[in-house]
Design a protein around this ligand. Structure first.
Ligand code: NAD
Length: 302
């Protein structure tokens, strides 16, 4: 079975549109997201354009705030403070990567966690660890939602996560091993969580035999064909987070996007699998929209 992130994301956008229309009908303002982008990285510009388009589709106001790559860290920190204090902004993100002369950690930790719709501040991560109301980073939230909507249970299952980044590997592992007491607006009620999770990374020994014991494998390594058919137990669920450009002279762009999974050989033995593109990517964007509505709605009163 193909886990169609594009289709599910469209479904969720429809639900969000209805929720936001209901807010407007009740005389409330629309939620508003600001996106800060620095420089002209083509991939970042595409991601930002996609996010703005997705906001428009559901009725979230979006504002792009662009800086040239020469912007100083102090100027960017001042912008973060301005957005923290602007009551018209419900949430904002700073598109990564930032130029070398700017410390990403300094910028991200300056964001007010109540507006941190990327869920990357230490406060949000810590609150998630403790099961307090928090904003979960978009890709892990999207993965959990995709599994939920396809009724793939995680309770008691062995989940192997390949990758230990702050934006995917660590938070998705945390989310799936949690007791499922986080009930967030816009998230389907499900028993997701309660998995037994193994986190693997570049120093892990014998990745293949660990993967073969997995009921669910989540690959977020950024390495094409890292997960091969010999590493997969028949019937396992495979979530491919990777986005890699590989040369393809047959394509008009000269390249195509592939994930971290050897899709052609893994798909026939997997029970369920996400394609790249069209799997986790669209779920990540729609999760950002859900997080924005959550930031508009949620009372962080604990
Ligand atoms: P990263 O680049 O920060 O880290 C990669 C991780 O993979 C590291 O923890 C490393 O230890 C591990 N790793 C690398 N090679 C490995 C190997 N051979 N065996 C075992 N572990 C290995 O990761 P990231 O920022 O989480 O991104 C990972 C991939 O996911 C990238 O391709 C990125 O473009 C993609 N991504 C996609 C989305 C989406 O929405 N689909 C979102 C975020 C990231």
């Amino acid at each position: 079975m193909i886990l169609d992130g594009k289709k599910i994301a469209a479904e969720i956008r429809g639900e969000l549109r209805e929720q936001i229309e209901a807010l407007r009908a009740a005389g409330k303002r629309a939620p508003k997201l600001a996106i800060v982008i620095v420089g002209h990285n083509p991939a970042s510009e595409t991601y930002v354009a996609n996010k703005i388009k997705a906001c428009a589709e559901v009725g979230i106001e979006a504002e792009k705030i662009a800086f040239e790559s020469e912007v100083t860290e102090t100027e960017l920190l001042a912008e973060v403070q301005r957005l923290n204090n602007d009551p018209a902004i419900d949430g904002f993100i700073v598109q990564l990567p930032l130029p070398e002369h700017i410390c990403e950690t300094k910028i991200l930790t300056a964001i007010d966690y109540r507006k941190d719709v990327d869920g990357l501040t230490p406060e949000n991560v810590g609150r998630t660890v403790q099961g307090l109301p928090s904003i979960i980073s978009a890709t892990p939230r999207g993965i959990r939602e995709l599994l939920a909507r396809y009724n793939i249970p995680t309770e008691g299952k062995h989940v192997v996560v390949i990758g230990r980044s702050n934006i995917v590997g660590k938070p998705v592992a945390l989310l799936l091993m949690q007791r499922p007491y986080l009930s967030l607006p816009g998230m389907s009620a499900s028993s997701l969580g309660d998995a037994t999770v193994t986190i693997c990374h570049s120093k892990t020994q014998d990745l293949a035999s660990i993967c073969r014991t997995a009921d669910i494998i989540i690959v977020a390594a950024g390495s094409p064909k890292l997960l091969t058919a010999e590493m997969v137990k028949p019937g396992a669920t495979i979530v491919d987070v990777g986005i890699n450009r590989v040369d393809d002279p047959a394509s008009p762009k000269g390249y195509r996007l592939v994930g971290d999974v050897d899709f052609e050989h893994v798909e026939p033995i997997a029970g369920a699998i996400t394609p790249v593109p069209g799997g986790v990517g669209p779920m990540t964007i729609v999760s950002l929209l859900q997080n924005t509505l959550q930031a508009y709605d949620l009372k962080f009163d604990i």
